[in-house]
Write a new protein. Structure first.
Length: 126
């Protein structure tokens, strides 16, 4: 990283890249992949994938209810039954089976590493 906050790379080899105390990615681009348009596209894609998020926080998954499942939606994806932490901004929504509806709070949002909106409600027969 240079002084103007822009990343400078050569098309030689990308080795471990570090930002503050976080190792973001370590990889290498083969000689064949480096040549031509496809190589430049691959290189560009690898660089774009290295997102540095200082102060990144996440929330642990909320346990499913016996009568309901939780669906997690973030900017980039939707999860049901995740096992790894979820990024800030993720919304957990209570999903009830057919013939049931949510009672109580139906959504919670991950913000600054904590779930806002807990405890979630449950599902009950209509």
């Amino acid at each position: 990283k240079n002084g103007t906050n822009k990343w400078r790379f050569s098309c030689q080899e990308i080795s471990t890249v570090q930002a503050s105390e976080h190792v973001i990615m370590g990889t290498a681009v083969s000689r064949k992949a480096r040549s031509g348009t496809m190589g430049r596209l691959l290189f560009f894609t690898l660089v774009v994938m290295m997102v540095v998020r200082q102060g990144y926080t996440s929330c642990p998954p909320i346990p499913d209810r016996p009568t309901a499942r939780l669906m997690y939606t973030s900017i980039s994806s939707t999860h049901v039954g995740p096992t790894s932490p979820l990024e800030d901004g993720t919304v957990a929504k209570l999903k009830c089976p057919a013939g049931q509806k949510a009672t109580g709070t139906a959504t919670a949002t991950c913000a600054a590493g904590k779930w806002i909106g807990l405890p979630l409600g449950d599902c009950s027969k209509v």
